[in-house]
Design a protein around this ligand. Structure first.
Ligand SMILES: O=C(O)CCC(=O)C1=CC=C[C@@H](O)[C@@H]1C(=O)O
Ligand SMILES: [Mg+2]
Length: 324
């Protein structure tokens, strides 16, 4: 049998993350550890309840009600209403069975995308990130009034060097009219041959508006990526069944069972872009392993560095187990 224990954690974003969902300043999550004989495996439960996953509290309650010894059967029968727990436990199970966690994210043959701050701050931050080697950036829209954001966008896309890609993420916050206006601007800018390339607009409309997003995807040249609409395996399958063949943003940490996600992506051969939930090195290395396996179009992964107060994650992780 395999012993199980867990540690909740809280890490503060520096700076806080601004999106259409609001301001996000701390990341709460759970690190789980499986030990069997001399083997140790780690996993991470990093929910995003406003994306439809369980809450951190629900995940903690789930961990508390588990026995101290867990079996493969327990892990692979975690209910679908706990997708972050499915990911965390199954990742730890995979980890212990490949004899010990790699404490550094695997070197993956994929580029990373860096998240720019919302608003006009993006205009003064992309340069240092470009110097760090980033050539794909994501910028949150639907945060400030659309006229302000369009003005910043026109400036930003003009100054970005040739070949740099820009992703716009609305987090479902645009109206149908605003989404049309954004896509119209994007198409025109690309037709005029701007400096940077607009890779896609992410989740322009709310989850309930898949039909409208399919219409927009058919009408405009600029690609659309679903994110909140495909946050877990049930939603992934549903959107695929309803005919979505655009880009699927996959956040492995909240999607659910990694083995079932692997099967879905391999069978459906979807155009996937892998995205962080601002998890720690534990969840990140499990998610990046899936990204390396399943990114058939080699899109940059949305795991660019988000600044934490703790500089050294390895030390932070070791202290987490010493703390209690
Ligand atoms: O995908 C990326 O480039 C970084 C991760 C990211 O943008 C997000 C992570 C988690 C919640 C959201 O605020 C946001 C997203 O909507 O994709
Ligand atoms: Mg998104």
């Amino acid at each position: 049998m395999t012993q199980f224990n867990f540690r909740p954690y809280r890490r503060r974003f520096q700076p806080p993350l601004q999106t259409n969902h609001g301001v996000w300043d701390v990341r709460d999550g759970i690190i789980i550890r499986l030990t069997s004989d001399s083997n140790v495996g780690y996993g991470e439960i990093a929910p995003i309840s406003w994306f439809g996953s369980e809450t951190v509290e629900q995940a903690l309650d789930f961990c508390r009600q588990l026995p101290k010894e867990v079996s493969e059967e327990i892990i692979f029968s975690i209910p679908d209403r706990f997708p972050a727990c499915q990911f965390g436990f199954e990742s730890a199970w995979e980890d212990i069975n490949c004899r010990g966690v790699q404490m550094y994210a695997p070197i993956i043959p994929l580029a990373y995308s860096a998240l720019l701050p919302a608003g006009k701050a993006a205009l003064s931050t992309w340069q240092s990130l470009a110097k760090d080697g980033y050539s794909t950036f994501k910028w949150k829209i639907g945060v400030d009034p659309i006229a302000e954001e369009l003005a910043i966008f026109h400036h930003l896309i003009e100054v970005l060097p040739e070949g740099v890609k820009l992703r716009l993420d609305a987090n479902g916050g645009l109206s149908y009219e605003e989404a049309n206006l954004w896509l119209y601007n994007c198409d025109n800018i690309m037709a005029a041959g701007a400096g940077g390339e607009i890779e896609y607009i992410e989740q322009p409309l709310a989850v309930k508006n898949l039909t409208e997003m399919q219409e927009l995807s058919d009408y405009y040249a600029t690609a659309i990526a679903l994110d909140e609409s495909v946050a877990n395996l049930t939603q992934l399958e549903a959107c695929y069944q309803r005919g979505w063949r655009g880009i699927f943003t996959i956040k492995p940490s909240i999607a659910g069972s990694p083995s079932r996600l692997r099967k879905f992506c391999q069978e459906r051969k979807i155009d996937a872009v892998f995205s962080s939930v601002f998890e720690t090195i534990v969840g990140r290395q499990a998610a990046l392993k899936l990204a390396a396996e399943l990114s058939i179009n080699r899109r940059a992964v949305g795991f660019g560095v988000h600044h934490w107060l703790e500089e050294n994650e390895q030390t932070w992780l070791e202290q987490l187990w010493q703390a209690c």
